[in-house]
Ligand binder design. Structure first.
Ligand SMILES: Nc1ncnc2c1ncn2[C@@H]1O[C@H](COP(=O)(O)OP(=O)(O)OP(=O)(O)O)[C@@H](O)[C@H]1O
Length: 754
């Protein structure tokens, strides 16, 4: 988090230790205008008028996938341009909702102890400030009275005060910063876990629900924890200051106290009026800059496609357009800030003379000493800063409100509380996925009948709709896949083939029907009776552990493997590519260094002891080399210097090589059921045939999607989906399942329309 040095330029006559010590000189707002502390006086901010939103962007945007649709971001932008800022009640509710969980989390003991320490140190620093106020009075009195002996004594007290006070101020800031970091670390893991849970990241992206979730996780969380803590301490400090210095000021001259209250209340009202548009402008600034940065990341990740298209001019224009939107918003933000600054600067400067002007007549009439003028100026400034928090911190408060708004929106979405698309389309209806124990038919003597087909997948009355759309892709699709089946899904482009796989993977659940997977390891039947009961539909785990069923790990460990159309290459070594995703966590655990002292418990990787099922043993280097040979990729070992070389694999391997690498990955995982979405589309016929032979020899049952006629010979059944017509869907079914031998007519139609 960036810290901002607040320069203080006190007039010489006001140079009291209060000015130099009592207030934090650094404000670690990563946001909005750097602002003064509650108790500082005569302050001139280094860059007060420049919203820090421009200075705080630095988070990487790698987390968004390169395949994400650009239009989705644009559509979110258009909607948000018309957005109305949240009201205060919503902001307060969101603040509480985002801030509260940490303080009752598993880290609550540490969190509360540390917070208490920060508050105690803050109390200490306020006490020291009060002490310096009295020291300042005596110091200036000695000076005005020409009392050299007293002056030297006061000077020594001052130096002693510095030596005692400085550690308090430094430790207070350090304790606050470390607590803020701890809070941020916990929040980051908390939000990331919810972001990945139930594939929310996919839903957010594919349905364009909110903009830039990654920016919210990286930048907004960091800004939130730092600023929330700073603000709490600022308000606490202000309250203590107010109590400590009110007595002093009231004791000197009560009318000065009344002047102060009138001045600060008037100032607060005017600054709220002048700065009311800043919250929304800050929200939009965050969003527009994140959009701009995301545009640049997409150019990096799609560099080759853009270069082939010769699209650099268009990209440049698009990016300039995005930057222009950020620039225009920032210009508006600057104008609003400037108007506010006219006022706040005037407000600040007048207080340099106001208290002296009020008490001067008492000094001239000999009622008070010169040192008391200094003391009253110092006390006045302290109290006025406390009363003027909103004036001084207005820009910071408005930027912080934008952060609360963005995080609150994200939090509501992750909770599924909002009437968002996530719940709107998926709660009332939905496709159910269930897992049951794979049933091995037994012969009369109890041994498994190898020749009997074993049911691996059952699709019951599946009706599928694209999310946020009324368009039904197919209705009442019913089919069974046994270990003897190899199904090819065909149909014209846009008919819903990939969507069928999305439904099978649980990515889409708009529609109705049930998908049942039969897998090993749900329970180990001890005898024939248990085995028999496993057949029963009522033994579905559907209701037993909703979260587990949702989990892709469960599906993966159960021997079901999906190969998407576009191979996904993880960042890392060739070994990591091959072991992804089945053994990624084992690989990370094996490469873990001993934990550093002071590392946070909630940042440690969890062990896999909670896994419901055993996963296969991690392949050795020899296994990895063999599997590369078997997909005809043996040469990449020498080309890229072994298994542990790190490259940007999606750039250095051809698409066909990436597809073969994906096959190597699945051969290592040895799934029972494989679902392939045009996974050999970039390969020549010979390599395609070779890969299909490999998976068949490995005993894997597969369902493929594809347009090519050559695929027919590796399958024994075909599911043919016709493109739906919204008028007749529902009245006639637009799908059919048939043996490959009967498909010629349907295939002709498919291939011609594809
Ligand atoms: N995220 C989405 N939201 C809404 N509709 C979508 C989404 N993704 C795809 N669709 C629509 O769903 C329909 C089916 O798409 P799908 O990808 O399943 O087609 P397909 O048969 O696999 O096509 P192709 O052979 O071209 O890959 C299409 O009309 C498509 O526009």
């Amino acid at each position: 988090m960036p810290c901002y040095l607040i320069t203080t330029l006190p007039p010489l006559s006001h140079l009291t230790p209060n000015n130099s010590l009592s207030s934090p000189r650094y404000f670690c707002f990563s946001h909005a205008a750097a602002s003064s502390s509650s108790s500082s006086s005569h302050i001139h901010l280094a860059k007060t008028s420049l919203p820090l939103t421009m200075r705080r962007r630095r988070g990487s945007r790698r987390s968004r996938s390169a395949t994400a649709s650009d239009e989705s971001v644009a559509s979110v932008s258009t909607d948000d341009d018309k957005r109305v800022g949240p009201d205060v009640a919503t902001l307060l509710r969101r603040f509480w909702k985002v801030a509260a969980p940490y303080w009752s989390s598993e880290d609550k003991v540490q969190a509360r102890l540390r917070l208490a320490a920060v508050f105690a140190l803050t109390l200490g620093t306020t006490g020291i400030s009060v002490g310096f106020n009295f020291l300042g009075r005596d110091f200036y009195n000695a000076l005005a009275n020409n009392d050299q002996e007293q002056f030297m004594k006061q000077l020594l007290y001052y130096l002693g005060g510095f030596a005692t006070g400085i550690p308090f101020f430094v430790l207070r800031d350090y304790a606050r910063e470390t607590l803020s970091l701890r809070w941020r670390s916990w929040m980051t893991t908390y939000y990331m876990k919810r972001y990945f849970k139930n594939r929310t990241f996919y839903k957010i992206q594919s349905q364009s629900i909110i903009d830039n979730p990654d920016q919210r996780i990286v930048d907004d969380l960091s800004a939130f924890t730092g600023t929330a803590l700073s603000f709490s301490l600022t308000f606490f400090n202000a309250a203590i200051d107010l109590i400590s210095f009110s007595n002093i000021l009231y004791g000197i001259y009560p009318p000065l106290f009344v002047v102060l209250i009138v001045y600060s209340l008037g100032g607060t009202a005017i600054s709220i009026f002048l700065g009311k548009g800043l919250v929304n402008l800050n929200f939009m600034q965050e969003k527009k800059e994140a959009d701009f940065r995301y545009g640049l990341v997409r150019v990096r990740e799609n560099a080759e496609s853009i270069a082939f298209y010769g699209g650099e001019e268009s990209e440049l224009q698009l990016l300039i357009d995005r930057f222009k939107r950020a620039f225009e918003n920032l210009s508006e933000l600057l104008i609003s800030s400037r108007n506010l600054e006219f006022f706040t600067n005037g407000y600040r400067y007048i207080i340099q003379v106001l208290p002296a002007a009020v008490v001067a007549s008492m000094f001239f009439s000999g009622k008070i000493e010169f040192g008391v003028i200094n003391q009253s100026v110092s006390a006045f400034n302290h109290i006025l800063s406390d009363f003027s928090l909103i004036v001084y911190q207005f820009q910071a408060i408005s930027a912080f409100s934008a952060v609360i708004d963005r995080l609150g929106e994200f939090d509501d979405l992750l909770d599924g509380n909002e009437s968002s698309i996530l719940s709107k389309h998926e709660s009332t209806e939905g496709i159910k996925i269930a897992f049951r124990e794979l049933w091995d038919p037994l012969s009369s003597n109890g041994s498994t009948l190898q020749s009997e087909p074993k049911k691996l997948l059952e699709v019951q009355s599946l009706t599928l709709r694209a999310p946020r759309s009324r368009n039904i892709l197919f209705t009442d699709l019913t089919l069974e896949i046994t270990n003897k089946d190899h199904l090819l899904v065909m149909g014209p482009s846009g008919s819903g083939k990939t969507s069928f796989l999305r439904a099978l993977a649980g990515l889409w659940n708009s529609g109705s029907g049930t998908i049942i997977y039969y897998i090993n390891g749900i329970r180990q039947p001890s005898d024939a009776a248990a085995n028999e009961s496993a057949k029963s539909i009522d033994n579905s785990l559907e209701a037993q552990d909703e979260e587990l069923i949702q989990s892709s790990k469960y599906r993966r460990l159960g021997g079901i493997f999906f190969l998407p159309q576009k191979p996904y290459m993880v960042l890392g070594t060739l070994r990591q590519q091959l072991l992804y995703p089945t053994w990624t966590d084992d690989l990370l655990l094996s490469s873990d260094k001993p934990e550093k002292k002071g590392s946070l418990p909630f940042l440690s990787r969890g062990s896999n002891t909670n896994d419901a099922m055993e996963k296969p043993t991690m392949p050795t280097s020899d296994d990895l080399m063999k599997v590369l040979q078997s997909v005809r990729l043996g040469d990449i070992l020498s080309r890229f210097k072994g298994l542990d070389a790190i490259y940007e694999w999606s750039s250095v391997l051809s698409l066909g090589e990436q597809q073969r690498l994906a096959f190597a990955r699945l051969l290592l995982s040895k799934p029972k059921l494989l679902l392939l979405d045009e996974s050999t589309s970039a390969l020549d016929d010979e390599n395609e045939a070779h890969l299909y032979r490999q998976i068949e020899q490995a005993g894997i049952t597969y369902i493929s999607i594809g347009h090519r006629k050559t695929l027919l010979k590796y399958h024994n059944r075909v599911l043919h989906i016709k493109k739906s017509n919204s008028d007749d869907i529902g009245s006639t079914s637009n799908w059919s399942v048939m043996p490959v031998s009967q498909t010629s007519e349907a295939i002709e139609e498919t291939t011609s329309s594809a």
